[in-house]
Design a protein. Structure first.
Ligand SMILES: Cc1cc2nc3c(=O)[nH]c(=O)nc-3n(C[C@H](O)[C@H](O)[C@H](O)COP(=O)(O)O)c2cc1C
Length: 195
């Protein structure tokens, strides 16, 4: 199953509204996709002295198991002070290398003010590129999110709706192609277990 990661734990987050919108697009395209809402992940329960990827606290393990079995991740990331929210990076830093990242297909959507989260999305490309994930090239940037997305999840910009739909079907084809060739993260993890 694919998972959408809603990239902040802020109450009343627009990122969560957009993540649900994207989840519906996948449903319309014939695929049930899970949603990981960072406000439910329990980051606040981890305590100050976590050992990150080496020894994951039990409260985090179930979420990381989902990441490690995902046939694709769609990260929806808001811009906070010119980068990704600390909560998202803190979550990512608890994942396991190489299992969580390597050859795992990733799609990226940014939302923000004037620059549509270009910076955090490029920071995420740096993180996932460094960790050898397969990044889907068609990214989507939602500029002026305050104007184009309301609290009920209505996207008033038809061009953005088209871009999100195009990313959805394109990412589906991308993950199918990688899995078909046996080179996505899950195929590689399965082969490693068989050896
Ligand atoms: C702490 C904080 C910092 C922010 N910094 C920026 C920023 O640097 N650039 C920008 O365009 N928008 C910035 N925003 C606006 C968010 O990108 C915008 O609110 C967007 O809706 C997504 O965030 P949300 O899921 O918290 O609603 C910031 C918002 C917060 C809460």
């Amino acid at each position: 199953m694919k998972y959408i990661i809603s990239g902040t734990n802020r109450p009343g987050s627009r990122t969560l509204v957009l993540s649900r919108y994207v989840q519906k697009l996948y449903k319309e395209a014939g695929e049930d996709v899970g949603l990981i809402d960072l406000s439910e992940v329990g980051l606040e329960l981890l305590g100050a002295a976590t050992e990150y990827g080496d020894k994951v606290p039990p409260v985090m393990q179930g979420w990381i198991d989902k990441i490690n079995a995902a046939d694709g991740l769609i990260v929806v990331c808001p811009e906070y002070n010119g980068s990704m929210p600390g909560a998202l990076k803190y979550f990512i830093d608890h994942w396991k290398y190489p299992d969580s990242y390597e050859y795992r297909p990733i799609a990226l959507i940014g939302l923000g003010g004037r620059f549509g989260a270009l910076r955090p999305v490029e920071h995420l490309q740096g993180v996932f590129g460094y960790r050898n994930a397969f990044i889907y090239p068609e990214r989507v940037f939602i500029t002026d999110v305050f104007r184009v997305l309301d609290a009920d999840g209505n996207l008033t910009d038809a061009r953005l709706a088209t871009l999100l739909r195009s990313q959805t079907v394109g990412f589906q084809a991308f993950t199918r192609a990688l899995a078909g060739a046996g080179i996505d993260a899950n195929s590689r993890l399965k082969k490693a277990q068989i050896k």
